[in-house]
Design a protein around this ligand. Structure first.
Ligand code: OGA
Ligand code: MN
Length: 299
C-alpha cells in the first residue's frame, strides 16, 4: 500500500493517509514513514486508537530505543508505572483533574513554553509520538515550529556566529523561569547537558536550529549575552510563517522530529476539561550523536 502525504503547512507537517499503525509491521511502510519524517518533520495520523502497550511497541518498531530519563521522574513516579510513557495529561492517579495549585500541574504548564523534548539528557530525544486519548470540547492545540526553515533564513553572518556555539539545556531551567521550585535532591538529578546550537540531519544534510526553553546559557559566551542570543533565536524561529498549529481529535497520533522542530501546548481551561495525551520519545543515537559532538555538562 502506498502512503500519501497531504501537506498541512507551506513549509512542513503533513497528514498521512489512513494506515493502522498498531498493526504496521511492513519494513517498506515503516521506511516510507521515516522518509516522510525526514521531509516533513511533523506527521499527523488520524484514527489511531492505541493502547499504551501498542504505542510503546510501535515507537520501538519505528525508531528503536526509548527515552525514559524524564524530568518528571525526578519528582515522583508517573501514573502508568513506566517512565517511557510520558503523562501529558491534566489528571491525577485516579483520573481526576489536577487542582489549580497541584505541583504536578505547575510542572506540566512549562510545556506551554517553546521546547524540544529531552534536549536535557544524553542521548537526547529524537522522535516524539503523542497519542490523544481524550480531548476537551474546546481548543487545546499544540503548535510546532520548523527549525530547518528558521535556520535557512538566518543571515550568513549569524549562521557563521552560531556554528560552533553550544547551549546548556536543563529541564530545571524552563521550570524555574516560571517560578517552579525544586528541592535540592530534585535539582541534583536535573543538571542537564550541553548541546550544539545547530544540528544536521545525517540523512538529508539539512541543518536546523536546536533550541528549547530548557536552554539557559551559551557555554562560550557571558551569561547575559548568551541568554539574549537564545531569546532572539527563539523569537525568530517561532514567527508565524514557521508555525503549524495542530487541532487535536481523539485518537490522533502525531509524530515530530525533535531535531527539526520545536513545539508548545496552547493554553485552555485545564482545571475544567480533561485532556489526556500520552507520549513516547525515541533516542537520538548512533551517527546522530557522534555528528553532534554532544558533551556532558560541566556542572
Ligand atoms: C509534549 C508536549 C504539548 C501539548 O507532549 O511533549 O509538549 O500541547 N505537549 O500537550
Ligand atoms: Mn514536549
Amino acid at each position: 500500500m502506498d502512503l500519501s502525504f497531504r501537506p498541512l503547512h507551506p513549509l512542513f507537517a503533513a497528514e498521512v493517509s489512513p494506515v493502522d499503525l498498531r498493526t504496521t509491521e511492513s519494513p517498506a511502510l515503516l521506511e516510507a514513514i521515516r522518509a516522510g519524517m525526514h521531509q516533513y518533520g511533523v506527521l499527523v495520523f488520524r484514527d489511531q486508537p492505541f493502547t499504551d502497550d501498542e504505542q510503546l511497541a510501535f515507537a520501538e518498531r519505528f525508531d528503536g530505543a526509548l527515552h525514559a530519563k524524564t524530568g518528571a521522574a525526578a519528582l515522583g513516579g508517573n501514573r502508568f508505572g513506566n517512565e517511557a510513557l510520558a503523562d501529558i495529561s491534566n489528571l491525577d492517579e485516579n483520573g481526576e483533574l489536577l487542582a489549580a495549585d497541584d505541583r504536578r500541574r505547575h510542572y506540566g504548564l512549562a510545556n506551554r513554553l517553546w521546547h524540544t523534548d529531552a534536549s536535557f539528557v544524553e542521548p537526547s530525544g529524537r522522535y516524539s509520538l503523542l497519542s490523544a486519548r481524550a480531548i476537551p470540547p474546546v481548543a487545546a492545540d499544540t503548535e510546532f515550529a520548523d527549525m530547518r526553515a528558521a535556520y535557512d533564513d538566518l543571515s550568513p553572518e549569524l549562521k557563521e556566529t552560531i556554528e560552533s556555539l553550544r547551549a546548556h539545556h536543563s529541564i530545571a531551567h524552563s521550570r524555574q523561569v516560571l517560578g517552579f521550585e525544586f528541592a535540592p535532591e530534585e535539582a541534583e538529578k536535573l543538571k542537564g547537558v550541553i548541546q550544539p546550537l545547530v544540528r544536521t540531519n545525517p540523512v538529508t544534510g539539512r541543518r536546523a536550529l536546536y533550541l528549547a526553553s530548557h536552554a539557559s546559557r551559551i557555554v562560550e559566551w557571558p551569561v547575559p549575552e548568551g541568554r539574549l542570543l537564545l531569546q532572539e533565536l527563539i523569537e525568530h524561529a517561532t514567527q508565524r510563517q514557521y508555525v503549524y498549529r495542530h487541532h487535536w481529535r481523539a485518537e490522533d497520533l502525531v509524530i515530530w522530529d525533535n531535531l527539526a522542530t520545536m513545539h508548545r501546548g496552547r493554553p485552555f481551561a485545564d482545571t475544567k476539561y480533561r485532556r489526556d495525551l500520552r507520549r513516547v520519545t525515541t533516542l537520538a543515537r548512533g551517527s546522530l550523536t557522534g555528528l553532534c559532538a554532544v558533551q556532558p555538562a560541566r556542572e
